[in-house]
Design a protein around this ligand. Structure first.
Ligand SMILES: Cc1cc2nc3c(=O)[nH]c(=O)nc-3n(C[C@H](O)[C@H](O)[C@H](O)COP(=O)(O)OP(=O)(O)OC[C@H]3O[C@@H](n4cnc5c(N)ncnc54)[C@H](O)[C@@H]3O)c2cc1C
Length: 521
Protein backbone atom coordinates (compact mmCIF):
# COMPACT_ATOMS: atom_id res chain seq x y z
CA UNK A 1 0.00 0.00 0.00
CA UNK A 2 1.44 3.39 -0.98
CA UNK A 3 1.89 5.84 1.92
CA UNK A 4 -0.87 8.43 2.20
CA UNK A 5 1.18 10.75 4.34
CA UNK A 6 4.75 11.96 4.14
CA UNK A 7 5.20 11.88 7.90
CA UNK A 8 3.26 10.50 10.83
CA UNK A 9 3.92 12.14 14.18
CA UNK A 10 3.02 10.07 17.24
CA UNK A 11 2.29 12.30 20.25
CA UNK A 12 1.09 15.89 20.37
CA UNK A 13 3.20 17.26 23.23
CA UNK A 14 5.77 20.03 22.67
CA UNK A 15 7.97 17.85 20.42
CA UNK A 16 5.14 16.51 18.26
CA UNK A 17 3.51 19.93 17.94
CA UNK A 18 6.75 21.57 16.80
CA UNK A 19 7.57 18.77 14.35
CA UNK A 20 4.06 18.69 12.83
CA UNK A 21 3.90 22.45 12.45
CA UNK A 22 7.33 22.86 10.86
CA UNK A 23 6.68 20.00 8.43
CA UNK A 24 3.21 21.37 7.64
CA UNK A 25 4.76 24.76 6.99
CA UNK A 26 7.15 23.08 4.56
CA UNK A 27 4.11 21.74 2.69
CA UNK A 28 4.20 18.10 3.77
CA UNK A 29 1.21 15.84 4.31
CA UNK A 30 1.45 15.11 8.01
CA UNK A 31 -0.76 12.96 10.20
CA UNK A 32 -0.57 13.37 13.97
CA UNK A 33 -1.77 10.52 16.20
CA UNK A 34 -2.39 11.52 19.82
CA UNK A 35 -4.20 9.38 22.34
CA UNK A 36 -5.75 12.27 24.28
CA UNK A 37 -8.80 13.84 22.67
CA UNK A 38 -7.66 17.43 23.28
CA UNK A 39 -4.55 19.39 24.13
CA UNK A 40 -3.52 18.64 27.70
CA UNK A 41 -4.41 22.18 28.79
CA UNK A 42 -2.15 22.38 31.86
CA UNK A 43 1.51 23.32 32.09
CA UNK A 44 4.28 20.77 32.61
CA UNK A 45 7.19 22.93 31.56
CA UNK A 46 7.48 26.52 32.74
CA UNK A 47 10.71 27.66 31.11
CA UNK A 48 11.92 27.93 27.56
CA UNK A 49 15.13 29.45 26.26
CA UNK A 50 15.65 31.95 23.44
CA UNK A 51 16.39 29.27 20.84
CA UNK A 52 13.12 27.51 21.65
CA UNK A 53 11.22 30.80 21.48
CA UNK A 54 12.65 31.27 17.99
CA UNK A 55 11.34 27.85 17.00
CA UNK A 56 7.95 28.72 18.48
CA UNK A 57 8.07 31.80 16.23
CA UNK A 58 8.59 29.47 13.24
CA UNK A 59 5.85 27.07 14.34
CA UNK A 60 3.10 29.40 15.59
CA UNK A 61 2.11 32.94 16.44
CA UNK A 62 4.82 33.74 18.97
CA UNK A 63 3.07 36.82 20.37
CA UNK A 64 0.03 34.70 21.17
CA UNK A 65 2.23 31.87 22.48
CA UNK A 66 4.11 34.16 24.87
CA UNK A 67 1.24 36.46 25.82
CA UNK A 68 1.55 35.60 29.53
CA UNK A 69 5.32 35.27 29.77
CA UNK A 70 8.21 37.13 31.35
CA UNK A 71 12.00 37.01 31.23
CA UNK A 72 13.17 34.67 34.01
CA UNK A 73 15.28 35.70 36.94
CA UNK A 74 16.66 32.93 39.16
CA UNK A 75 17.75 32.90 42.74
CA UNK A 76 19.43 30.01 44.54
CA UNK A 77 19.32 30.15 48.33
CA UNK A 78 20.52 27.73 50.99
CA UNK A 79 18.53 26.17 53.85
CA UNK A 80 18.97 29.38 55.90
CA UNK A 81 17.60 31.55 53.11
CA UNK A 82 21.03 33.02 52.29
CA UNK A 83 21.61 33.85 48.64
CA UNK A 84 24.01 31.49 46.88
CA UNK A 85 23.66 32.94 43.41
CA UNK A 86 21.36 35.30 41.55
CA UNK A 87 20.98 35.00 37.80
CA UNK A 88 19.35 38.20 36.54
CA UNK A 89 16.78 38.25 33.77
CA UNK A 90 18.17 39.33 30.42
CA UNK A 91 16.54 41.57 27.83
CA UNK A 92 16.14 40.33 24.25
CA UNK A 93 19.44 38.79 23.14
CA UNK A 94 20.94 37.72 19.81
CA UNK A 95 18.15 35.27 19.03
CA UNK A 96 15.54 38.01 19.44
CA UNK A 97 14.32 36.83 22.87
CA UNK A 98 15.50 36.84 26.49
CA UNK A 99 17.83 33.93 27.34
CA UNK A 100 15.26 32.48 29.76
CA UNK A 101 11.50 32.88 29.51
CA UNK A 102 8.82 31.86 31.98
CA UNK A 103 5.70 31.01 29.98
CA UNK A 104 2.36 29.25 30.18
CA UNK A 105 2.67 26.01 28.20
CA UNK A 106 -1.00 25.80 27.12
CA UNK A 107 -0.67 29.22 25.40
CA UNK A 108 2.34 27.96 23.44
CA UNK A 109 0.63 24.69 22.48
CA UNK A 110 -2.58 26.42 21.41
CA UNK A 111 -0.67 28.90 19.25
CA UNK A 112 1.18 26.10 17.44
CA UNK A 113 -1.96 23.96 17.13
CA UNK A 114 -3.86 26.90 15.62
CA UNK A 115 -1.12 27.66 13.12
CA UNK A 116 -0.64 24.09 11.91
CA UNK A 117 -4.36 23.50 11.40
CA UNK A 118 -4.30 26.47 9.03
CA UNK A 119 -1.82 24.76 6.68
CA UNK A 120 -4.47 22.34 5.44
CA UNK A 121 -1.93 19.53 5.07
CA UNK A 122 -1.80 18.39 8.70
CA UNK A 123 -4.39 15.86 9.83
CA UNK A 124 -4.57 15.88 13.64
CA UNK A 125 -6.12 12.65 14.89
CA UNK A 126 -6.73 13.12 18.60
CA UNK A 127 -8.24 10.25 20.58
CA UNK A 128 -6.16 7.64 18.75
CA UNK A 129 -3.39 5.64 20.39
CA UNK A 130 -0.71 3.98 18.30
CA UNK A 131 -0.65 0.33 19.31
CA UNK A 132 1.47 -1.30 16.62
CA UNK A 133 3.65 -0.65 13.60
CA UNK A 134 5.09 -2.40 10.56
CA UNK A 135 7.62 -0.96 8.21
CA UNK A 136 8.79 -1.91 4.74
CA UNK A 137 10.90 -0.35 2.00
CA UNK A 138 8.28 2.29 1.16
CA UNK A 139 6.88 3.37 4.47
CA UNK A 140 5.45 2.59 7.87
CA UNK A 141 1.95 1.42 8.77
CA UNK A 142 0.79 2.51 12.21
CA UNK A 143 -2.01 0.57 13.88
CA UNK A 144 -4.35 2.83 15.84
CA UNK A 145 -6.90 2.15 18.51
CA UNK A 146 -9.46 4.59 19.89
CA UNK A 147 -8.44 5.90 23.32
CA UNK A 148 -10.88 5.78 26.18
CA UNK A 149 -10.21 8.84 28.33
CA UNK A 150 -12.27 7.49 31.22
CA UNK A 151 -10.36 4.23 31.58
CA UNK A 152 -7.07 5.48 30.03
CA UNK A 153 -7.11 2.42 27.78
CA UNK A 154 -6.89 1.86 24.05
CA UNK A 155 -10.07 -0.16 23.65
CA UNK A 156 -12.01 1.74 20.97
CA UNK A 157 -12.35 1.29 17.21
CA UNK A 158 -9.34 0.32 15.14
CA UNK A 159 -7.75 2.05 12.18
CA UNK A 160 -4.47 2.34 10.32
CA UNK A 161 -2.42 5.18 8.88
CA UNK A 162 0.54 4.92 6.58
CA UNK A 163 3.42 7.35 6.12
CA UNK A 164 6.86 7.39 4.58
CA UNK A 165 8.51 8.31 7.87
CA UNK A 166 7.42 8.37 11.51
CA UNK A 167 8.48 10.70 14.30
CA UNK A 168 7.75 9.03 17.63
CA UNK A 169 7.28 11.91 20.07
CA UNK A 170 5.19 9.84 22.45
CA UNK A 171 6.93 10.79 25.67
CA UNK A 172 9.20 9.14 28.19
CA UNK A 173 7.19 5.92 28.35
CA UNK A 174 7.12 5.75 24.54
CA UNK A 175 5.14 2.75 23.33
CA UNK A 176 6.77 3.12 19.91
CA UNK A 177 10.21 2.82 21.49
CA UNK A 178 9.01 -0.35 23.16
CA UNK A 179 7.58 -1.72 19.92
CA UNK A 180 10.97 -1.14 18.30
CA UNK A 181 12.74 -2.90 21.16
CA UNK A 182 14.99 0.10 21.87
CA UNK A 183 16.55 0.21 25.35
CA UNK A 184 17.61 3.31 27.25
CA UNK A 185 20.89 4.04 28.97
CA UNK A 186 20.15 4.97 32.58
CA UNK A 187 22.37 7.71 34.02
CA UNK A 188 21.37 6.66 37.53
CA UNK A 189 19.50 9.79 38.58
CA UNK A 190 16.26 9.22 40.49
CA UNK A 191 14.33 11.74 42.53
CA UNK A 192 10.65 12.24 43.26
CA UNK A 193 9.15 15.70 43.59
CA UNK A 194 5.61 16.85 44.21
CA UNK A 195 4.50 19.55 41.86
CA UNK A 196 1.83 22.01 43.02
CA UNK A 197 0.52 24.40 40.37
CA UNK A 198 -1.51 27.38 41.54
CA UNK A 199 -3.23 30.54 40.37
CA UNK A 200 -2.93 33.75 42.37
CA UNK A 201 -6.15 34.99 43.95
CA UNK A 202 -4.44 38.34 44.54
CA UNK A 203 -1.70 40.20 42.66
CA UNK A 204 1.48 38.13 42.53
CA UNK A 205 3.73 39.31 45.39
CA UNK A 206 7.08 40.63 44.06
CA UNK A 207 9.08 37.94 45.90
CA UNK A 208 7.33 35.32 43.74
CA UNK A 209 7.93 37.05 40.41
CA UNK A 210 10.99 34.91 39.66
CA UNK A 211 12.32 31.40 40.18
CA UNK A 212 13.84 30.43 43.52
CA UNK A 213 15.63 27.15 44.16
CA UNK A 214 15.82 26.40 47.88
CA UNK A 215 18.92 24.21 48.30
CA UNK A 216 17.86 23.01 51.73
CA UNK A 217 19.37 19.68 52.82
CA UNK A 218 16.26 19.09 54.98
CA UNK A 219 14.02 19.27 51.87
CA UNK A 220 14.95 20.77 48.52
CA UNK A 221 12.16 22.86 47.06
CA UNK A 222 11.56 25.53 44.48
CA UNK A 223 9.01 27.99 43.20
CA UNK A 224 8.74 29.69 39.83
CA UNK A 225 6.31 32.16 38.36
CA UNK A 226 4.37 30.97 35.34
CA UNK A 227 3.89 34.28 33.65
CA UNK A 228 2.30 36.80 35.98
CA UNK A 229 -0.84 35.10 37.29
CA UNK A 230 0.29 31.58 38.11
CA UNK A 231 2.90 30.02 40.38
CA UNK A 232 4.47 26.58 40.54
CA UNK A 233 5.78 25.08 43.77
CA UNK A 234 7.84 21.89 43.86
CA UNK A 235 9.01 19.95 46.90
CA UNK A 236 11.37 16.98 47.02
CA UNK A 237 9.64 13.86 48.30
CA UNK A 238 11.61 12.57 51.29
CA UNK A 239 12.39 8.93 52.06
CA UNK A 240 9.34 7.35 53.71
CA UNK A 241 6.84 9.78 52.13
CA UNK A 242 4.36 8.05 49.83
CA UNK A 243 2.89 9.20 46.54
CA UNK A 244 -0.58 8.96 48.08
CA UNK A 245 0.38 11.20 50.99
CA UNK A 246 2.12 13.73 48.73
CA UNK A 247 -0.86 14.07 46.39
CA UNK A 248 -3.35 14.61 49.22
CA UNK A 249 -4.72 18.22 49.17
CA UNK A 250 -3.94 18.70 52.87
CA UNK A 251 -0.26 17.97 52.15
CA UNK A 252 -0.18 20.72 49.53
CA UNK A 253 -1.73 23.25 51.91
CA UNK A 254 0.64 22.19 54.71
CA UNK A 255 3.70 22.63 52.46
CA UNK A 256 2.50 25.96 51.08
CA UNK A 257 1.79 27.24 54.61
CA UNK A 258 5.01 25.93 56.20
CA UNK A 259 7.37 27.00 53.43
CA UNK A 260 5.69 30.10 51.99
CA UNK A 261 3.01 31.19 54.45
CA UNK A 262 0.37 30.84 51.74
CA UNK A 263 -3.17 29.55 52.14
CA UNK A 264 -6.49 29.24 50.29
CA UNK A 265 -6.99 33.03 50.40
CA UNK A 266 -3.78 33.51 48.44
CA UNK A 267 -3.79 30.83 45.75
CA UNK A 268 -6.04 28.26 44.12
CA UNK A 269 -4.43 24.87 43.50
CA UNK A 270 -4.91 23.77 39.89
CA UNK A 271 -2.87 20.56 39.93
CA UNK A 272 -0.89 18.43 42.35
CA UNK A 273 1.20 15.58 41.03
CA UNK A 274 4.28 13.55 41.97
CA UNK A 275 6.92 13.33 39.22
CA UNK A 276 9.85 10.97 39.04
CA UNK A 277 12.94 12.79 37.74
CA UNK A 278 15.21 10.51 35.75
CA UNK A 279 17.99 10.75 33.18
CA UNK A 280 17.86 8.23 30.36
CA UNK A 281 18.85 8.25 26.72
CA UNK A 282 17.67 5.75 24.11
CA UNK A 283 20.47 3.62 22.72
CA UNK A 284 19.20 4.04 19.15
CA UNK A 285 17.17 7.00 17.83
CA UNK A 286 16.51 5.68 14.34
CA UNK A 287 15.07 2.32 13.41
CA UNK A 288 14.55 2.22 9.67
CA UNK A 289 11.96 4.88 8.93
CA UNK A 290 11.05 5.62 12.53
CA UNK A 291 12.78 8.32 14.60
CA UNK A 292 12.50 8.76 18.36
CA UNK A 293 12.29 12.40 19.44
CA UNK A 294 11.79 14.38 22.63
CA UNK A 295 11.25 12.49 25.86
CA UNK A 296 10.87 9.28 23.86
CA UNK A 297 14.59 9.61 23.01
CA UNK A 298 15.91 11.29 26.17
CA UNK A 299 14.82 12.50 29.57
CA UNK A 300 16.70 14.65 32.04
CA UNK A 301 15.83 16.14 35.44
CA UNK A 302 14.26 19.60 35.03
CA UNK A 303 16.95 21.59 36.91
CA UNK A 304 18.14 23.14 33.65
CA UNK A 305 14.63 23.62 32.20
CA UNK A 306 15.85 21.93 29.03
CA UNK A 307 13.79 18.74 28.60
CA UNK A 308 11.18 20.18 26.27
CA UNK A 309 13.67 22.63 24.74
CA UNK A 310 15.75 19.59 23.75
CA UNK A 311 12.70 17.81 22.30
CA UNK A 312 11.88 20.91 20.26
CA UNK A 313 15.51 20.97 19.06
CA UNK A 314 15.01 17.37 17.89
CA UNK A 315 11.92 18.48 15.98
CA UNK A 316 13.72 21.36 14.25
CA UNK A 317 16.66 19.13 13.39
CA UNK A 318 14.49 16.40 11.90
CA UNK A 319 12.01 18.67 10.10
CA UNK A 320 14.38 20.23 7.59
CA UNK A 321 16.23 16.99 6.97
CA UNK A 322 13.01 15.09 6.29
CA UNK A 323 11.93 17.95 4.02
CA UNK A 324 15.06 17.65 1.87
CA UNK A 325 14.92 13.85 1.72
CA UNK A 326 11.20 13.77 0.90
CA UNK A 327 11.76 16.42 -1.77
CA UNK A 328 14.55 14.40 -3.39
CA UNK A 329 17.10 17.10 -2.51
CA UNK A 330 19.19 14.87 -0.23
CA UNK A 331 19.74 11.14 0.21
CA UNK A 332 18.17 9.18 3.04
CA UNK A 333 21.65 9.08 4.68
CA UNK A 334 21.13 12.74 5.67
CA UNK A 335 18.65 11.47 8.25
CA UNK A 336 21.43 9.57 10.04
CA UNK A 337 22.91 12.93 11.02
CA UNK A 338 19.84 13.55 13.22
CA UNK A 339 21.16 11.28 15.94
CA UNK A 340 24.83 12.05 15.36
CA UNK A 341 24.13 15.77 15.80
CA UNK A 342 21.56 15.65 18.56
CA UNK A 343 22.85 12.88 20.83
CA UNK A 344 26.12 14.55 21.97
CA UNK A 345 24.27 17.82 22.59
CA UNK A 346 21.52 16.31 24.69
CA UNK A 347 24.00 14.07 26.53
CA UNK A 348 26.00 17.14 27.56
CA UNK A 349 22.83 18.91 28.76
CA UNK A 350 21.75 15.81 30.67
CA UNK A 351 25.07 15.76 32.56
CA UNK A 352 24.69 19.47 33.29
CA UNK A 353 21.14 18.95 34.62
CA UNK A 354 22.28 16.06 36.81
CA UNK A 355 25.17 18.17 38.10
CA UNK A 356 22.82 21.03 39.01
CA UNK A 357 20.47 18.58 40.71
CA UNK A 358 23.28 17.24 42.87
CA UNK A 359 24.22 20.77 43.93
CA UNK A 360 20.63 21.87 44.56
CA UNK A 361 19.23 18.84 46.31
CA UNK A 362 21.85 17.24 48.49
CA UNK A 363 20.60 15.80 51.80
CA UNK A 364 24.12 15.64 53.16
CA UNK A 365 24.40 18.52 55.67
CA UNK A 366 28.21 18.66 55.48
CA UNK A 367 28.22 18.60 51.70
CA UNK A 368 25.59 21.38 51.72
CA UNK A 369 27.76 23.48 54.08
CA UNK A 370 30.81 22.97 51.82
CA UNK A 371 28.68 23.94 48.81
CA UNK A 372 27.49 27.11 50.55
CA UNK A 373 31.06 28.03 51.49
CA UNK A 374 32.20 27.55 47.89
CA UNK A 375 29.38 29.80 46.63
CA UNK A 376 30.15 32.48 49.23
CA UNK A 377 33.85 32.36 48.29
CA UNK A 378 32.94 32.79 44.60
CA UNK A 379 34.50 29.43 43.81
CA UNK A 380 31.53 27.93 41.95
CA UNK A 381 31.94 28.61 38.24
CA UNK A 382 28.79 29.26 36.21
CA UNK A 383 27.59 26.33 34.10
CA UNK A 384 29.46 26.16 30.78
CA UNK A 385 27.70 27.35 27.62
CA UNK A 386 25.78 24.71 25.71
CA UNK A 387 28.10 22.83 23.35
CA UNK A 388 28.08 23.54 19.62
CA UNK A 389 27.15 20.76 17.23
CA UNK A 390 30.36 18.88 16.72
CA UNK A 391 29.63 16.86 13.61
CA UNK A 392 27.02 16.42 10.92
CA UNK A 393 25.98 18.96 8.32
CA UNK A 394 28.62 21.56 9.02
CA UNK A 395 31.36 23.01 6.86
CA UNK A 396 34.84 22.06 7.94
CA UNK A 397 36.35 25.36 9.01
CA UNK A 398 39.17 26.17 11.36
CA UNK A 399 38.61 28.91 13.90
CA UNK A 400 34.97 29.77 13.13
CA UNK A 401 32.03 28.90 15.36
CA UNK A 402 30.29 26.50 12.96
CA UNK A 403 27.73 24.48 14.87
CA UNK A 404 26.69 27.40 17.11
CA UNK A 405 23.54 29.47 16.73
CA UNK A 406 23.23 32.41 14.36
CA UNK A 407 21.50 35.62 15.45
CA UNK A 408 18.11 37.00 14.55
CA UNK A 409 17.85 40.78 14.55
CA UNK A 410 15.16 43.05 13.17
CA UNK A 411 15.48 44.10 9.54
CA UNK A 412 13.72 46.31 7.02
CA UNK A 413 13.58 44.96 3.49
CA UNK A 414 13.85 47.09 0.36
CA UNK A 415 10.06 46.87 -0.07
CA UNK A 416 9.59 48.42 3.39
CA UNK A 417 8.54 45.29 5.26
CA UNK A 418 9.99 45.38 8.76
CA UNK A 419 10.26 42.67 11.37
CA UNK A 420 12.30 39.84 12.83
CA UNK A 421 14.65 38.30 10.28
CA UNK A 422 13.01 34.85 10.24
CA UNK A 423 9.55 36.30 9.70
CA UNK A 424 10.76 38.02 6.56
CA UNK A 425 13.04 35.31 5.15
CA UNK A 426 10.72 32.36 5.83
CA UNK A 427 11.63 28.99 7.27
CA UNK A 428 14.67 27.45 5.61
CA UNK A 429 18.35 28.00 4.87
CA UNK A 430 19.53 31.62 4.84
CA UNK A 431 22.57 33.04 3.12
CA UNK A 432 23.53 36.36 4.67
CA UNK A 433 26.09 38.40 2.73
CA UNK A 434 27.68 41.79 3.40
CA UNK A 435 26.74 42.87 -0.10
CA UNK A 436 24.72 41.65 -3.03
CA UNK A 437 26.54 38.57 -4.34
CA UNK A 438 24.31 37.38 -7.14
CA UNK A 439 26.91 38.21 -9.77
CA UNK A 440 29.69 36.47 -7.85
CA UNK A 441 27.61 33.35 -7.35
CA UNK A 442 26.44 33.05 -10.95
CA UNK A 443 23.21 31.54 -12.27
CA UNK A 444 24.02 27.88 -11.61
CA UNK A 445 24.72 28.32 -7.90
CA UNK A 446 21.78 30.69 -7.55
CA UNK A 447 19.53 28.04 -9.09
CA UNK A 448 20.84 25.46 -6.59
CA UNK A 449 20.17 27.81 -3.69
CA UNK A 450 16.67 28.45 -5.00
CA UNK A 451 15.97 24.71 -5.28
CA UNK A 452 17.02 24.42 -1.67
CA UNK A 453 14.64 27.23 -0.72
CA UNK A 454 17.56 29.26 0.61
CA UNK A 455 16.68 32.89 1.42
CA UNK A 456 19.32 35.47 0.50
CA UNK A 457 19.87 38.54 2.64
CA UNK A 458 22.34 41.12 1.33
CA UNK A 459 23.04 43.63 4.06
CA UNK A 460 23.69 46.46 1.56
CA UNK A 461 20.09 46.22 0.35
CA UNK A 462 18.46 45.41 3.70
CA UNK A 463 18.29 47.71 6.69
CA UNK A 464 19.90 45.78 9.56
CA UNK A 465 17.95 47.74 12.17
CA UNK A 466 19.89 46.66 15.27
CA UNK A 467 23.16 46.16 13.41
CA UNK A 468 23.18 42.58 14.68
CA UNK A 469 23.89 40.79 11.42
CA UNK A 470 26.68 43.16 10.41
CA UNK A 471 28.24 42.82 13.84
CA UNK A 472 27.99 39.03 13.58
CA UNK A 473 29.76 39.06 10.20
CA UNK A 474 32.43 41.30 11.71
CA UNK A 475 32.93 38.90 14.63
CA UNK A 476 33.10 35.97 12.21
CA UNK A 477 35.68 37.86 10.14
CA UNK A 478 33.55 36.92 7.14
CA UNK A 479 31.67 38.46 4.23
CA UNK A 480 28.94 35.81 4.30
CA UNK A 481 27.49 32.94 6.28
CA UNK A 482 24.93 30.21 5.79
CA UNK A 483 22.45 29.48 8.57
CA UNK A 484 20.60 26.16 8.57
CA UNK A 485 16.82 26.15 9.08
CA UNK A 486 17.46 25.22 12.74
CA UNK A 487 19.48 28.49 13.07
CA UNK A 488 22.81 26.60 13.28
CA UNK A 489 25.81 28.16 11.53
CA UNK A 490 26.73 25.87 8.61
CA UNK A 491 29.73 27.84 7.42
CA UNK A 492 31.24 31.20 6.57
CA UNK A 493 33.05 32.80 3.63
CA UNK A 494 35.94 35.27 3.76
CA UNK A 495 35.65 36.53 0.18
CA UNK A 496 33.65 36.00 -3.00
CA UNK A 497 35.73 32.98 -4.12
CA UNK A 498 35.19 31.39 -0.73
CA UNK A 499 31.48 32.26 -0.99
CA UNK A 500 31.21 30.11 -4.12
CA UNK A 501 33.05 27.34 -2.26
CA UNK A 502 30.67 27.74 0.70
CA UNK A 503 27.63 27.21 -1.52
CA UNK A 504 29.32 24.23 -3.22
CA UNK A 505 30.18 22.75 0.18
CA UNK A 506 26.59 23.14 1.33
CA UNK A 507 25.41 21.29 -1.73
CA UNK A 508 28.02 18.58 -1.21
CA UNK A 509 27.21 18.23 2.50
CA UNK A 510 23.52 17.81 1.75
CA UNK A 511 23.94 15.45 -1.14
CA UNK A 512 26.56 13.47 0.74
CA UNK A 513 28.65 13.50 -2.44
CA UNK A 514 31.76 14.88 -0.81
CA UNK A 515 31.37 12.79 2.30
CA UNK A 516 31.10 15.86 4.50
CA UNK A 517 27.74 14.70 5.81
CA UNK A 518 28.42 13.22 9.20
CA UNK A 519 32.04 14.31 9.21
CA UNK A 520 33.45 15.80 12.39
CA UNK A 521 34.60 19.38 12.23
C1 LIG B 1 8.06 18.92 36.82
C2 LIG B 1 8.65 19.09 35.45
C3 LIG B 1 9.03 20.35 35.03
C4 LIG B 1 9.57 20.53 33.79
N1 LIG B 1 9.97 21.78 33.41
C5 LIG B 1 10.52 21.97 32.21
C6 LIG B 1 10.91 23.27 31.79
O1 LIG B 1 10.73 24.26 32.50
N2 LIG B 1 11.46 23.41 30.55
C7 LIG B 1 11.66 22.35 29.72
O2 LIG B 1 12.18 22.53 28.61
N3 LIG B 1 11.29 21.10 30.09
C8 LIG B 1 10.71 20.88 31.30
N4 LIG B 1 10.31 19.64 31.67
C9 LIG B 1 10.42 18.52 30.71
C10 LIG B 1 9.28 18.55 29.71
O3 LIG B 1 8.03 18.56 30.37
C11 LIG B 1 9.36 17.33 28.79
O4 LIG B 1 10.67 17.20 28.32
C12 LIG B 1 8.42 17.52 27.61
O5 LIG B 1 7.08 17.53 28.04
C13 LIG B 1 8.61 16.41 26.58
O6 LIG B 1 7.79 16.69 25.49
P1 LIG B 1 7.42 15.51 24.48
O7 LIG B 1 6.51 16.15 23.48
O8 LIG B 1 8.65 14.87 23.99
O9 LIG B 1 6.63 14.44 25.34
P2 LIG B 1 5.26 14.60 26.15
O10 LIG B 1 5.06 16.00 26.59
O11 LIG B 1 5.29 13.55 27.18
O12 LIG B 1 4.15 14.27 25.08
C14 LIG B 1 3.97 12.96 24.59
C15 LIG B 1 2.59 12.85 24.01
O13 LIG B 1 2.46 11.56 23.40
C16 LIG B 1 1.18 11.04 23.70
N5 LIG B 1 1.24 9.58 23.58
C17 LIG B 1 1.89 8.72 24.38
N6 LIG B 1 1.76 7.46 23.93
C18 LIG B 1 1.00 7.52 22.81
C19 LIG B 1 0.53 6.55 21.89
N7 LIG B 1 0.82 5.25 22.01
N8 LIG B 1 -0.24 6.94 20.87
C20 LIG B 1 -0.54 8.27 20.70
N9 LIG B 1 -0.12 9.23 21.55
C21 LIG B 1 0.66 8.86 22.58
C22 LIG B 1 0.90 11.52 25.10
O14 LIG B 1 -0.49 11.50 25.40
C23 LIG B 1 1.49 12.93 25.06
O15 LIG B 1 0.54 13.90 24.65
C24 LIG B 1 9.75 19.43 32.92
C25 LIG B 1 9.35 18.16 33.33
C26 LIG B 1 8.81 17.99 34.58
C27 LIG B 1 8.40 16.63 34.99
Amino acid sequence: MAPHHDIAVVGYGPTGLAAASLLGRLGHRVVVCERWTALYGLPRLTHIDDETARTVQAAGDVEEALRDSSPCEYLWVNGKGETLVRIPATPDGPMGYPDHISMYQPDVEQAIDKRLRGYGTVDVRQGWAVTGLDQDDDGVTLRLCGWNTETSCADGPRDEVRARYVIAADGSRSGVRELLGVEREDFGFNESWVNIDTEWLRPQPPEFAYGTQYCDPARGHMTINIGTTRQRFEFAVLPGETREEMTAPETAWRLLRDYHDLGPDDVRITRQLVYGFEARIATRWRTGRVFLAGDAAHTMPPYLGQGACSGIRDATNLAWKLHLVLGGLAPDALLDTYESERRPHVTALTHMAIGLGKVANTHDVEAAAARDAAFFAGKVPPPPPFPPLSGGVLRKEAGTPVGTLTPQGRVRLADGRTGRLDDLTGYGFTLVTAEDSTAALGPERLARLERLGCAMVALDTVDDLDGQHREYLYLLGAVAYVARPDFVLFGTAVDSTDLCALVDDLDAALSGASGTVGAAV
